[in-house]
Design a protein around this ligand. Structure first.
Ligand SMILES: [Zn+2]
Length: 83
């Protein structure tokens, strides 16, 4: 694959991730459990599935990083169902 093709593929992966509705803050970055609702004023939470305690923003950053790596490394489409 040429460098131009690799660059284009990375750009497309970025664009795909950018428009995705992904529950990054509501999804446990340790086990993948997703809570149905989480009001914006909830800044930390405990996963009911595995018991991990999450800072909302750090948890979201971990999930976005994992999704971005999946797209850039595997050129996979990412959806809340696939992650
Ligand atoms: Zn969990």
């Amino acid at each position: 694959m040429s460098e131009r093709s690799k660059s284009r593929q990375r750009h497309l992966a970025y664009v795909r991730l950018g428009v995705l509705e992904y529950p990054s803050s509501k999804r446990c970055s340790d086990c993948g459990y997703t809570v149905a609702k989480m009001p914006l004023n909830v800044r930390s939470w405990t996963c009911p599935e595995c018991g991990s305690i999450h800072d909302r923003d750090i948890n979201a950053e971990r999930n976005v990083l994992a999704a971005g790596l999946a797209v850039s490394i595997h050129a996979e489409a990412v959806s809340p169902v696939s992650l």
